[in-house]
Every structure is written in structure tokens, then in C-alpha cells.
Write a protein that binds this ligand. Sequence first.
Ligand SMILES: [Zn+2]
Length: 237
Amino acid sequence: MAGGTLAVGGLQPVVPLHLRTVADARPAPARSAAAEGAADGNADDEDRLLRQLGRQSVINARRTSEKAARDRRAAADRRAAAARRAAASRVAAASRVLAARASRDHARAALAVADSYLRPTSGPLTQPYGSHPGIDLAPPFGTPVVAAHAGVVTFVGEQDGYGNHVEVALPGGYLITYSHLSAFSVAVGQAVLAGAPLGAVGSTGLSTGPHLHFEVMLPGRVRTDPATWLMAHGISV
Ligand SMILES: [Zn+2]
């Protein structure tokens, strides 16, 4: 029998091939299985979706927390920068105060030095004012001679009778002279403070032995007693 699809006789119903095929196919269960398959597929998709959503929410949460951390770091950075600026500003203000104070102290110290008086050399007073136009102070030869007061050097050189001679002009027109020196330590035009070395004790000019001849002139080159002048400024002679 070829095919046997159109068998005749017996109990087997004659069913056209196409119909039997449809009947045999049992479409309902087949559909159900397909639907189940589809449902399974849907469940898989759902799981996948849920997993994805879960992952996404984890990712979102992570992103949120990372952003929060970044924001916190940025805020901390801003606070630190503000603190640094405030500290720098405080340091600058303190520096200005210190600089102003140092400047005032320096000016005060400079004024104090500019206004101070000193004995121009050591040794005893061997010849007073009156017997001659100045005072003689007689330490050993070579003893340093220093400026008795601040001023500007107006003469350095040899002067008749005075030998090696230095003149220092003071503010206000006073003039102070230092004579019979064995050496000079200054030049004309130099500004000196009290205590600045001018030279050394000698015996040049009209002199009988090492000593400093010291004169003080009031404005107009009017001589005055150097001992009195020094004592008036707190210097014992
Ligand atoms: Zn003298």
C-alpha cells in the first residue's frame, strides 16, 4: 500500500489526510504548550528585567552615593580652601601689624641713636675749656675717637695747630671738632651716628703728647665749653 492514507474498509475511519493531520495535531495542547513556553519565556524576560532593574537600582544607588561622596568632598574642599584663605588673610594681617611695629621700633631706635651723646674718647680731662678753646682728654696713643653725636663729616685733614682734624656738623648748626689725631676713619660727606669711629688719638699739630682736643661750637661757630655741653646731655666728663 502506497501511503495508506485512503485505506478503505475496517474500522478505521476514512479521514482526508489534511483533516486527520489537523485532528492528530491536537492543536489545543500544542497551543497550551506553546503558551506555557511563551509564559516561561515571559517569566524569563521578567526575571531578566527584574534582575536588570535590580542591577539598575544598585547602580543607581551606587551612583547616588558616589555623587553624594563627590559633593561631600567638594564641600570639604571648599571649606578647606576657605579656611586656607582665612588663615592666609590672618597671617597677612599679622605680618602687616608686625611690619608696622618693627618700622615704628626701628624709627624710634634710629631717633634714639640720632639723639644720643657719647664721650668721644676715654682718659682724664687734662686741660679744661677757658684756658683754651676746647677740652683735652688724654688716653693712651691710638685709643679710638668716636663721634660724640650724630652728624655729617664736613672736614677731614690737616689744620694749622690742630694737626689731623675732623669736623662733624650737627643738625641745627652745631659743629664739633676732633684734633691731634694719629689716624682717620671717616671721609668728608659721611653721615655718622654717635659712637661711629672717626680716628685714633695722636699728637699731631701743636701738641706735647697724645690727647684729643675736643671743641663744640654753637650755631655761628661760637665756641662753648664741651664739658658743660656733654654734661648737659647726661655724659660725665
Ligand atoms: Zn686742647
